[in-house]
Ligand binder design. Structure first.
Ligand code: FES
Length: 100
């Protein structure tokens, strides 16, 4: 009986740690369209640093996202953003990370 209880508690602990590691501590990725928007990367880095999100937001590049005539183009949380600029990105990240 005690072994079952210990096994049950260990299982709960492992599940909890797994959920926490994939949610609270996971970082989000901003996917920047490499062909048309890579020049925006320094600006993105700057905004991330300004908001102190270095541990939560990573920058990755990707191939064409299909909105070539509307740079700067990026994908964040499975949504495509076009005509991005510094201020739009800053507002987006502030909203997502609940920064006031
Ligand atoms: S080349 Fe950037 S969206 Fe197509």
């Amino acid at each position: 009986m005690k072994i079952r209880s210990i096994f049950f508690l260990l299982s709960i602990a492992i599940i909890t740690l797994t959920v926490l590691s994939t949610t609270a501590f996971a970082s989000e990725a901003i996917y920047v369209c490499r062909p048309c928007s890579r020049s925006f990367i320094p600006e993105i880095k700057n905004v991330i640093e300004e908001l102190h999100l270095e541990d939560q937001v990573k920058i990755k590049t990707t191939s064409c996202l299909g909105y070539c005539d509307e740079p700067m183009v990026l994908k964040f949380q499975n949504k495509i953003y076009t005509n991005m600029d510094r201020e739009k990105l800053k507002m987006l990240l502030m909203e997502v990370f609940n920064i006031s």
